[in-house]
Design a protein around this ligand. Structure first.
Ligand code: C5P
Length: 307
């Protein structure tokens, strides 16, 4: 990479949670989690372009949902650029351009993915050469899911989701996603989860052994049967039609159906391309979702775009 490099582009995947066990609220207000993430092949692109001294950070977003994305310091990618600049001891004069394909506020960590992309792109642009560990710390400060988007693959997340350990996983999985054009607020879904569980004893979250065995065996049917998300009842309580969306997948013979993260995206594991196509048709015909996407997982984490 030459000193005069003006622009660097990172490509970052979306994530789903194959399991999301939500434990008690901690003193910092976050919930203790035990989750299994998988990175899936829906990608955002983040391009960081050097700007003239004194220009500061600017941002543009392209894509069908671009209007729903803030282009200011409330965007995690903006904060990521500032964090790398502070580490590299440079003034953050940079333009960030995001090509947005991951659903916005959909429970697939689109905002976190852009933060991971901005960390990587700015690290290269400013030749910060951050150590992997430091990069993961900056990522964790930005959001619970950001370290996983740097890591990719299939991994266990503990703490508030930011402590990542690679999972022993085999095989490739076909996913169908039912999208919604109305996002769900993550804090609101966690708050609803607390409300529904008020008075009940909430135990420490554990990674389901059955899911880990199924992943080790690379058996999609078993993985499908083990999909689980403690936030699902809360999201359904806020948006009851999500239960019907999940039901469509079960009726259509999906190997598994689960809310993705805090929703509203619903994720369906299917056996092959044909099953994916059939389910996509049923979901589209239902009128209950705004669109359908398909992807395979696992894929790698944030990487530089070739060329
Ligand atoms: O870490 P992140 O910024 O993605 O979290 C967004 C919100 O989701 C938090 O402000 C909190 O309300 C909720 N959250 C939580 N426990 C976690 C992760 C997220 O309560 N482990």
């Amino acid at each position: 990479m030459s000193l005069s490099t003006k622009s660097v582009t990172a490509v970052v995947p979306a994530k789903i949670n194959l399991a999301l066990a939500v434990g008690p609220v901690r003193v910092d207000g976050f919930h203790e989690l035990a989750t299994v993430y998988q990175a899936v092949g829906l990608f955002d692109e983040v391009t960081a372009t050097r700007r003239n001294p004194g220009s500061g950070v600017t941002m543009t977003v392209a894509g069908p949902e671009a209007d729903a994305v803030p282009c200011d310091a409330t965007n995690l990618a903006w904060l990521a650029a500032e964090a790398v600049a502070a580490e590299a001891d440079v003034v953050p004069d940079v333009h960030l351009h995001i090509v947005k394909r991951i659903p916005v506020a959909g429970g697939m960590a689109g905002g976190s993915a852009d933060a991971a992309g901005a960390l990587l792109a700015c690290d290269i642009l400013w030749r910060a050469s951050l150590h992997r560990e430091r990069m993961l710390e900056l990522a964790a400060d930005l959001g619970s899911d950001v370290p996983f988007l740097l890591h990719g693959g299939t991994a266990v997340g503990t703490g508030r989701g930011e402590r990542i350990t690679a999972a022993m996983a085999r095989g490739s999985y076909h996913w169908v996603f039912a999208l919604s054009d109305r996002g769900l607020s993550t804090p609101r879904v966690y708050a609803e989860c607390d409300r529904l569980r008020a008075g009940a004893k909430v135990t420490e979250p554990v990674i389901p052994a059955g899911l880990m065995e199924a992943l080790l065996a690379g058996d999609p049917a078993r993985v499908g049967a083990e999909l689980a998300n403690d936030l699902q009842p809360a999201a359904i309580s806020i948006r009851p039609e999500l239960d019907m969306v999940l039901e469509i997948g079960r009726d259509a013979g999906a190997l598994g159906a689960v809310l993705s993260g805090s929703g509203p995206t619903c994720a369906f594991l299917v056996a092959d391309d044909e099953a994916a196509l059939d389910l996509a048709v049923s979901l589209s015909a239902s009128g209950l979702c705004s669109g359908v996407a398909r992807a395979e997982g696992p894929v790698g984490g944030a990487r530089l775009k070739d060329g």
